[in-house]
Design a protein around this ligand. Structure first.
Ligand code: SF4
Length: 407
């Protein structure tokens, strides 16, 4: 297992553009209750880039962080002019080169990706993920532009350019991020990616809903949706395989202690994202900021705080404690090692914060049961799986200030 999975990495989300050319109705950042983006200007100024790079350099030096994953987000990050993007990547590489290994990624809707963007991704070795929600009719309904027009054709055009560049080994492989929707047939959605778009690496995103949500769909619908996904996924194995991270990571962890430990680390660091706004404001994962204004730090910036001070903040320490304190239901659950209570934001309720199991608990239980059934068909796998599930997680939540030795 590489050092990346042994706890020496920091994930940073940097908001290049606090505006978007699409208007997806489910977007927590622009279309729902919070006003995070209003606190920032539209595009990241160069001074914020310089200040952020120095802030990270100082933090990496002080805490010995050996890998930083810089995720370029928005809004839509390709709204940043290309020259400014080029200069920004150069600044980060120059400022951080002697202190930490920098990995750059971008999540984009793909609509503005063209040959010049591909050249920039190749120049700066940027891993790019494209957000696509399924077949054209579905995607156009869920991801319209600001004038109500569907964005599928432009997103797929961008995806194809990225796939071609990856085939030519100019850029790392491109993955797809799809927001799961139980109103659809799960198998049909995945079939579209594999058979129509030649996508073989994707992740399904569960909505960022906590227990206070009033429009969460029934768990029966979600379980049916994922059963359809799993049925199709099983059909593809061997002939035309697709890696669906939500499923693959559980199967691998149930088969091998090494992978289980890697997943432990990922699960233990679900809180571990530092968000930097275009203005330089700091916060935790913006999915968490969007849950409650109490998680928004409106006076803490890369200019007036060090990374160590940020990790010492009550909000960060609350998240660390929440990861390490399983809700009562999870503490006795057979799947705790590989589920670890689901995503933090799906555990949230006002007042009790993260004290309860995920709102998707029944669905997660169903997915784990299906994955265990697949693994158990392999000879000798039952005993290994039982041993893995009976082992307590080896990684505690990393708070960077007080590194916890792993077992
Ligand atoms: S399946 Fe449910 S009870 Fe079990 S660990 Fe996951 S969220 Fe907790």
């Amino acid at each position: 297992m590489t050092e990346l999975f042994r706890g020496n990495r920091l994930d940073v989300v940097l908001k290049l553009a606090e505006r978007c050319n699409l208007a997806c109705p489910y977007c927590y950042y622009f279309e729902q209750e919070n006003n995070i983006s209003e606190l920032s200007r539209a595009l990241i100024p160069e001074q914020t880039v310089i200040d952020t790079a120095r802030f990270l350099r100082q933090g990496a030096q002080e805490m010995g962080i050996k890998n930083i994953f810089l995720g370029l987000h928005g809004g839509e990050p390709t709204l940043l002019p290309k020259k400014r993007f080029d200069r920004m990547c150069t600044i980060f590489r120059e400022e951080l080169a002697d202190y930490t290994q920098l990995h750059i990624g971008m999540q984009t809707n793909g609509t503005l990706v063209d040959a010049e963007w591909i050249d920039l991704f190749a120049k700066h070795n940027v891993m790019v993920g494209v957000s696509i929600d399924g077949p054209k009719d579905v995607h156009d309904r869920q991801r319209p532009d600001r004038r109500g027009r569907g964005s599928y054709d432009n997103s797929v055009r961008g995806l194809k350019l990225l796939q071609q560049a990856a085939k030519e080994r100019r850029i790392p492989a491109t993955g797809v991020l799809c927001v799961a929707n139980p109103d659809l047939h799960g198998g049909d959605v995945i079939r579209h990616f594999v058979e129509e778009l030649d996508v073989h690496s994707l992740n399904l995103l569960l909505p960022r809903e906590g227990h206070n949500n009033t429009y969460l769909q029934s768990q029966d619908k979600w379980i049916r949706y994922f059963n359809e996904v799993i049925d199709y996924w099983l059909q593809t194995r061997g002939s035309n395989p697709v890696r669906i991270y939500l499923l693959t990571e559980i199967v691998l962890a149930l088969m091998s202690e090494e992978y289980a430990e890697g997943l432990d680390y990922q699960r233990a660091n679900r809180h571990g994202i530092v968000t930097v706004s275009a203005e330089g404001f700091l916060g935790p994962d913006d999915n968490i900021m969007a849950l409650d204004k109490a998680f928004c730090l409106t006076d803490v910036t890369v200019r007036n705080t060090t990374l160590a001070q940020f990790f010492g903040s009550p909000i960060w320490q609350t998240l660390v404690k929440s990861i390490d304190t399983p809700p009562t239901k999870c503490a006795s659950c057979d799947w705790y090692r590989t589920c670890r209570s689901g995503d933090l934001f799906n555990r949230y309720a006002p007042g009790t914060h993260f004290d309860q199991a995920s709102v998707f608990c029944e669905t997660l239980d169903s997915i784990h049961t299906a994955m265990a059934s697949i693994v158990s068909q392999r000879e000798g796998a039952l005993e290994t799986m039982a041993g893995i599930l009976a082992t307590a997680p080896r990684h505690a939540a990393r708070d960077f200030l007080n590194p916890v030795a792993t077992a």
